[in-house]
Design a protein around this ligand. Structure first.
Ligand code: CO8
Length: 257
């Protein structure tokens, strides 16, 4: 399958999705959203694929929603079409995926990166929610996900001033899991994705589901949810295999059952 705005390749069990609108610094337009929805659905449905990496170019992960596409839209256009609600389908991806961010991740670009299960940044990455400079606000979850990631003080300051945060500050603030050299970003992210892809698939799905539940529920309900998923994995063949392999001092061989 080929896409107008993405490059997609499979590296073993890892799907590498590269945003590819270089002329617009990977600005997110409707075509790109449609392509992303298709690519993530294909990844989720393909049993041979276990983890995905979403990246951009060395200059820009994505410089935001496409301002030229949005500029002349009315309230009725935006509200009536539920503009960009399709990103909910990207966040509905059940398998783990990583955002590998080099360069600008601004506005919708920062928001797209934060939809990932975690972010790995190149040392040239710059994150920001500059929408206020356009007389609008974050609209793809930034006010919520950034606040949960780095806390109210920094999120409020970033959204109100529109300033950019560099990779070192993003790591200190808990926005990104780690920072690597920009030139090695994609290889490092794929290596991390390969490590995840090598885990028992049901345990990976359950892990993603329970960590995400921490953002949606109370501590007590979250702990119960975790315990139920943990109990449930004892119904899997891979749990028997994983624990037998530990005892027999050999690597586990997963069936995904
Ligand atoms: N949209 C459209 N085109 C863009 C965008 C964008 N967000 N960003 C860059 N481009 C285009 C430029 O217009 C330019 O095109 P052209 O050559 O035809 O003029 C090309 O990309 C290269 O950009 P620059 O020449 O500006 O490159 P610089 O290296 O000088 O600057 C910057 C890079 C600093 C990243 C600069 O391009 C910039 O500030 N971009 C805009 C950043 C921004 O404001 N992003 C937020 C957009 S609003 C948003 O994301 C809202 C999300 C929520 C929507 C939800 C709806 C429900």
């Amino acid at each position: 399958m080929t896409y107008e705005t993405l490059l997609v390749e499979q590296r073993g069990a890892v799907t590498l999705i590269t945003l590819n609108r270089p002329q617009a610094l990977n600005a997110l337009n409707s075509q790109l959203l449609a392509d992303l929805i298709t690519a993530f659905a294909a990844f989720d449905a393909d049993d041979s694929q276990r983890c995905a990496v979403l990246t951009g170019s060395e200059k820009a992960f994505a410089a935001g929603a496409d301002i030229k596409e949005m500029a002349s839209q009315s309230f009725a256009d935006m509200y009536g079409s539920n503009f960009f609600a399709g990103y909910d389908k990207v966040t509905a991806t059940r398998k783990p995926w990583i955002a590998a961010v080099n360069g600008f991740a601004l506005g919708g670009g920062c928001e797209l990166a934060m939809m990932a299960d975690f972010i790995i940044a190149g040392d040239n990455a710059k994150f920001g929610q500059p929408e206020i400079k356009l007389a609008v606000t974050p609209g793809m979850g930034g006010s919520q996900r950034l606040t949960r990631a780095i806390g109210k003080a920094k999120a409020m300051e970033m959204c109100l001033t529109g300033r950019m945060m560099d990779a070192a500050e993003a790591e200190r603030s808990g926005l990104v899991a780690k920072v690597v050299a920009a030139a090695e970003l994609v290889d490092e992210a794929v290596k991390t994705a390969e490590a995840i892809a090598a885990m028992a698939p049901l345990a990976a799905l359950a892990t993603k589901e329970m960590v995400n539940a921490a953002f949606e529920t109370t501590l007590q309900q979250g702990v119960v949810f975790e315990r139920r998923l943990f109990h449930g994995l004892f119904g899997s063949e891979d749990q028997k295999e994983g624990m037998a392999a530990f005892v027999e001092k050999r690597p586990g061989m997963w069936t995904g059952k």
